[in-house]
Design a protein around this ligand. Structure first.
Ligand code: HPA
Length: 242
């Protein structure tokens, strides 16, 4: 086991879907994976492994915010040799280019977090998605008619922002959505030379104030999980890690 995950090394698959909410990890496992087995409940951060169309896939909660995401992503990459993590989350829309219920594919993630200061000091590193995986996910979404928009995310440290001006500035620079985890995931994937992607359903619109109903959120979320899982199948066909 690692410090925060109580699994033996072979219990976690090379491919991991990461929702923020651990109950969503359980829901993903029970809804989409065959023969899911729970491997973690340390701190309630549930993790499961099963198979999807014959490929071993895990679903692991990340918790909220970059410090929590960084703990789980680092242990998955470093202690469990995970090759690919897809964050499957929600975000707030910052741009008129996206609507509630769209899915944002995070090409890159800006952040107000200081987490990378001790890593890169005066350099502002650009945490970015894996291009191969991003391209596959965009293809799969298009085939399945899932409304997916690719662009920048803002990984904010605070859900209740004391600084809406910064959010407006980022929107002015084309950033599409605000969430709280992608930048840490992308940075750690870069550190360990692994693949990562963040897919986020737009749950609320910061410009229009529009929100999705719980039912709509659930439906879009389901479509997004299928896109994530089918992307893993296609990635494994092209670049097998098994
Ligand atoms: N801010 C940060 N994270 C979020 C939001 C938001 O408005 N909506 C969904 N996740």
């Amino acid at each position: 086991m690692s410090t925060h995950i109580g699994a033996s090394p072979d219990q976690i698959a090379p491919y991991v879907l990461m929702p923020g909410d651990p109950y969503r990890a359980r829901w993903i496992a029970e809804t989409f994976l065959e023969d899911p087995v729970q491997y973690n409940d340390v701190r309630g951060m549930l993790g499961y492994t099963g198979t999807y169309r014959g490929i071993r896939v895990s679903a692991q909660g990340s918790g909220m915010g970059q410090p929590s995401m960084a703990i789980y992503a680092q242990e998955l990459f470093d202690d469990y040799d995970v090759q690919t993590i897809i964050r499957v989350g929600t975000c707030g829309a910052l741009s008129e280019a996206v609507n509630v219920r769209d899915v944002i594919l995070g090409v890159a993630a800006s952040t107000d977090s200081a987490m990378n200061v001790p890593r890169f000091r005066h350099v502002s590193f650009a945490p970015s998605a894996d291009f191969t995986l991003a391209r596959i996910a965009a293809e799969v979404a298009e085939e399945r008619l899932l409304p997916l928009v690719a662009g920048g995310l803002y990984s904010a440290d605070q859900f209740y922002s004391p600084d809406p001006e910064t959010t407006r500035t980022l929107a002015g620079y084309g950033v599409l959505g605000v969430e709280m985890e992608a930048a840490a995931l992308y940075t750690l994937a870069a550190q360990f030379s692994r693949r990562a992607l963040a897919l986020c359903t737009v749950s609320d619109h910061l410009l229009t104030g529009e929100e999705t109903s719980a039912q709509e959120r659930q439906e879009t979320f389901e479509d997004m999980i299928v896109v994530a899982l089918e992307s893993i199948v296609r990635l494994e066909e092209k670049h097998p890690v098994g």
